[in-house]
Design a protein around this ligand. Structure first.
Ligand code: KIV
Length: 285
């Protein structure tokens, strides 16, 4: 069967059939192309780009213009995956009309299929406003990195019975408001499993155990490109940063010792043309 563009309905049907949904972040053309060719169901242009690509200390400084720039590149690389763009911090919290406009920009300018925003029941009205404007919204509860200050760091959420109950209520409020999927980040796996069973819409886990309806990882974590830290919930499928460093050091040495470029990388002028130009009989220079 020829591969078709993945829709939100196709992802929801995967949940109904009990098939795990596959999602990865990407921020540029080659990352998106590789993810699409690997057959990922969905690509998230996460605001994690602020940390793993732009070198900020957190996701807080990321702007709408930065998101759109990266969304466009991902769109050019991905033909089939369902594309989700993150609404960055303060692009949706202050004002509902502004949230709708910014969601629209991620779709119209960035080429995304859906937007994601962080927060529980306090975001329900905003989710409703964006869906009422005809857009698909993905929720995100548990550890919400845009509020890392308020949460006192990157900590597991929902560890007590009352916190777990609050998380479940948040997820249900988002579903009721029209969210099409929900990301659960750093939540104990039995809590995430119960939330997943109680929701009709799919949950996508990151550090939330195998009971979620799908999984997402940050590309630069799983490829071993991000140099600063690796969260415990990441499985590394490659160690590319040391390979990048070694390749760059080898290139630097080759240039410094004139081992690069070699004849196979150089372009030649015809001998007759050369002597006609220089009046020189040296045919090798
Ligand atoms: O920004 C991001 O990459 C995310 C994932 C961690 C889910 O929100």
């Amino acid at each position: 069967m020829p591969r078709k563009k993945t829709t939100i309905l196709a992802l929801q049907e995967k949940k109904a059939r009990g098939e795990p949904i596959t999602m990865i972040t990407a921020y540029d053309y080659p990352g998106a192309l590789a993810a699409d060719r690997a057959g990922m169901d969905s690509i998230l242009v996460g605001d994690s780009l602020g940390m793993v690509v732009l070198g900020y200390d957190s996701t807080v400084p990321v702007t709408m213009d930065e998101m759109i720039h990266h969304c466009k590149a991902v769109r050019r690389g991905a033909q089939y995956a369902f594309l989700i763009g993150d609404l960055p911090f303060m692009s949706y919290q202050a004002d509902r009309a502004e949230a709708v406009r910014n969601a629209g920009r991620l779709l119209k300018e960035g080429g995304m299929d859906a937007v994601k925003l962080e927060g529980g029941r306090q975001m329900a009205e905003t989710v409703r406003a964006i869906t009422d404007a005809g857009m698909t919204v993905i929720g995100h509860v548990g550890l919400t990195p845009q509020s890392v200050g308020q949460l006192s760091g990157y900590r597991v959420q929902g560890k007590t019975a009352s916190d777990a109950e609050r998380l479940l209520a948040d997820a249900k409020a988002l579903e009721l408001a029209g969210a099409a999927m929900i990301v659960l980040e750093m939540v104990p796996d039995r809590v995430a499993g119960r939330i997943s069973r109680e929701l009709r819409i799919p949950t996508i886990g990151i550090g939330a155990g195998v009971g979620c309806d799908g999984q997402v990882l940050v590309l630069h974590d799983m490829l071993g490109i991000f140099d600063r830290f690796t969260p415990r919930f990441v499985r590394k499928y490659a160690e590319l940063f040391p390979q990048m460093e070694a390749a760059l050091a080898a290139y630097r040495d080759d240039v410094a010792t004139r081992r690069f470029p070699g004849p196979e990388h150089s372009f030649w002028m015809d001998d007759a043309e050369w002597s006609g130009w220089t009046g020189d009989t040296d045919t090798h220079g």
